[in-house]
Design a protein around this ligand. Sequence first.
Ligand code: HEC
Ligand code: HEC
Ligand code: HEC
Ligand code: HEC
Ligand code: HEC
Length: 485
Amino acid sequence: MLQRIRENWVRPALFFGNNPISLAGGAITSAAGVAMIGFWLLDIFARPTVNPYLGIIFFLILPGLFVFGLALIPAGVFLRRKKLQKTGQIPAQFPKIDFNDRMFRHGLDIVLVATILNLLVVSVATYRGAAYMDSPQFCGQSCHVMHPEYTAYKVSAHSHVACADCHIGSGAASYFKAKVNGTKQLLEVSFHPIAGVSKHMPDYPTPIPSPVQNLRPAREICEGCHTPARFIGEKLLVKSNFADDEKNTETQSVVVLHLGGRDSLSHLTGIHGVHLGHIEYVSTDNTRTTIPWVQRRNEDGSVTDFSTSAAKGAVQQGERRVMDCIDCHNRAAHTMQTAEDALNRAMAEGAVSPELPWVHKKGLELLKANYATEAEARTKIPEQLTAFYRSEHPDVLAVKPQLVQAAGDGLVTVFTTNVFPEMKVNWGTHPNHIGHMSYPGCFRCHDGDHTAKGGKAITQDCAACHNLLAVDESKPKVLADLGIQ
Ligand code: HEC
Ligand code: HEC
Ligand code: HEC
Ligand code: HEC
Ligand code: HEC
């Protein structure tokens, strides 16, 4: 047996393998292998901060070269054999292998060890390459098209959840689907510079369309981490508002949201509870904002249809969906705020100091101006803020120059985490469905205009969703009572 393998395989392989292509393949493979192992050791022991472009080299290109080199070895063998066959130069007997020859025996050992090592390297490289392609660095950072989503993601509550946990299902099929999709996008990105000139080249859309049509059902995505039945009960929400006057007068709203959930008696209650039942709807625009028809399945199995006065009870043409988490939490990982909300928050946190006269009015004006690129916004916003104080309030600039500078930086942060001129993501491009102040949100259905046959409407009663403890009050007493202010 061993003898046969030696006669029929080892000897011919060694004979044919002695050609430039196979030798070059061996060299490429070894070089790539050594570089990768070196990088992995560095990665394990030194933990360098991985630059996404280095990642592309070490997790995708080098493994590619490694496999390419490996493939060259049999290719060379095959070509040499074919060539010798053509010229009839294949020897009847391959050169004898002499196992008494120590040099040869060691050579064979080396080949054996190298093969095992190569197999190890290939499997580690495959694993690490796949893991890297799923990492937020790869998805969000090496692909500038994802810049808006990645930036918003980094400041979200989900900044430690991998993109793939929400966007790619488990199992080989969804992994493959995601990679095919990703490759298409990679091609679109690569052709982007040419696509402007020729219409025949694939190009990516700006902005990336939302909602994501092929996202898995939220039952699979969100419920891996959040138990929908968890009883949250009441949730206190405090929001600050600054006015457009000289003093940036601050007022606050305090609401207690009836979030509910499944209570200890298994009753579904509150905002989460009601919609965990079965609600279907049809939307007729591409952001799921216009909803003319809604159907609720009641506990006894009967259904109640609600429709707008314009729809008059008819099921409309459009996208039909069963309501889930994403119909309210559509921006869970990528909240792009409105300019007003973002500035109010930055001022409440002190990033833009409310001490500066007129800073709310002027700041909003600067945030909403047109900038062709992010770089332009980064220079113009602080420049023009300083210019404003220099001409209108030189006394302020003289006494508090650091506050003005910090406010400029704060405005830049607000702008660059919400607006992405290069990707055509502007204020309001991606509506957030969670409330009803900035976008229709809950009022897409709860607008009082969605009525059932008997005349019953989907409620717009403020108290159904929350207790309003204070609406735009200055220093609300309730906050003092709660010990918050
Ligand atoms: C907690 C889950 C979650 C995580 C983590 C997450 N996303 Fe998303 N993402 C979503 C949801 C949900 C939507 C769909 C919004 C919709 O359909 O209305 C979305 C939408 C998108 C879109 C479509 C455009 C848009 O703005 O709506 C892109 C692109 C995207 N995500 C990229 C990423 C990248 C890149 C990462 C990692 C850096 C990431 N996502 C991480 C949940 C997530
Ligand atoms: C891999 C786990 C994971 C997945 C999947 C996930 N989340 Fe989360 N979620 C978290 C963690 C961790 C937090 C942060 C908790 C904290 O900060 O207290 C969080 C926080 C939240 C919050 C509260 C913070 C906020 O932004 O107001 C909401 C709402 C939320 N998730 C909704 C969702 C939705 C909707 C989905 C599905 C699209 C989802 N999550 C998918 C882990 C996950
Ligand atoms: C009808 C709309 C709606 C649906 C559907 C919905 N939520 Fe919520 N959820 C809300 C609102 C409103 C809040 C409170 C928002 C806030 O804190 O600003 C909230 C808050 C949360 C929070 C944060 C709770 C906390 O303690 O701060 C989590 C986590 C969450 N939802 C997860 C989910 C998951 C998972 C699903 C799907 C099973 C889901 N939600 C479906 C409206 C909804
Ligand atoms: C797609 C349509 C739709 C959207 C969007 C929607 N809801 Fe509802 N909601 C319903 C339907 C349908 C009912 C059941 C109405 C009924 O049976 O009278 C309901 C019932 C409720 C109830 C119970 C009302 C009661 O009388 O007890 C609350 C509370 C509620 N929704 C809160 C919210 C909140 C908060 C949001 C936004 C975060 C929201 N809903 C978004 C369709 C919607
Ligand atoms: C269908 C449910 C629903 C109804 C009806 C409703 N709200 Fe709300 N409201 C919400 C939710 C959800 C939020 C929290 C949004 C968030 O998390 O940012 C909210 C937040 C608020 C806030 C504070 C948030 C802010 O941005 O200032 C005020 C004020 C408010 N609602 C007023 C009202 C008034 C007044 C009515 C009655 C005309 C009303 N709401 C009806 C669901 C509802």
